[in-house]
Design a protein around this ligand. Structure first.
Ligand code: GRF
Length: 195
């Protein structure tokens, strides 16, 4: 299965998937990486891996961004799109063309701790402030709202006494890397239907 990635930041989840593909653990081929952030680790990693990498943003493409993203995914024959730390909403053309073919990974147990502003360390701070004893990872279909589409899979991660947002973030991120690969594997093998 051909994968397209959209990522805004460090790109460690994307890298985990690329590495699993290279090891032959995931029957998928990373075909294209798109970022709204020209200085992102994700674009840097993609270039190091020899994967076509594009900086597409409202600054570079204005009103034409949605169309540019869709055209780029199609040109590289992406069949499944993975949002791996992508901080923007997708436009209606891309969402319609890839309906039920775009997944996002979120570092908490949605529907808790999701939505606008719930990204990065904010999520883990909120989990600790709420006194939760457990958090986790959610992989879900993408729609026009942040962190909103149907949940496909969740993994639980304990919140330990004395956790800081940083220690919790580290534990969750480690689980994200394995869980994203596991879940994409189930999708690729047809064990987890997207429709
Ligand atoms: C991850 O925590 C992911 O769940 C969230 O953004 C973060 C991206 O991290 N959507 P990375 O760029 O993959 O390292």
């Amino acid at each position: 299965m051909n994968l397209g990635f959209l990522a805004s930041g460090r790109g460690s989840n994307m890298q985990a998937v690329i590495d699993a593909c290279k090891r032959g653990e995931l029957a998928a081929t990373p075909r294209v990486v798109i970022s709204n952030n020209s200085a992102s680790g994700a674009l840097e990693r993609a270039r190091q891996e020899g994967i076509p990498a594009y900086h597409l943003s409202s600054h570079t493409h204005g009103e034409g961004l949605d169309e540019a993203i869709l055209e780029t995914l199609r040109r590289h024959e992406a069949q499944l799109v993975v949002l791996a730390g992508y901080m923007k909403k997708l436009g209606p053309r891309t969402l319609a063309a890839y309906r039920n073919r775009i997944v996002n990974i979120h570092p908490a147990l949605l529907p808790k701790f999701g939505g606008q502003g719930m990204y990065g360390m904010n999520v883990h701070q909120a989990v600790i402030a709420a006194g939760e004893r457990e958090t986790g990872v959610t992989i879900h279909l993408v729609d026009e709202e942040y962190d909103h589409g149907a949940t496909l899979a969740q993994a639980r991660v304990p919140v330990l006494p004395g956790d800081t947002p940083e220690t919790l973030a580290r534990r969750v991120l480690e689980r994200e890397h394995t869980f994203l690969v596991e879940t994409l594997g189930r999708i690729v093998r047809g064990e987890l239907p997207l429709d």
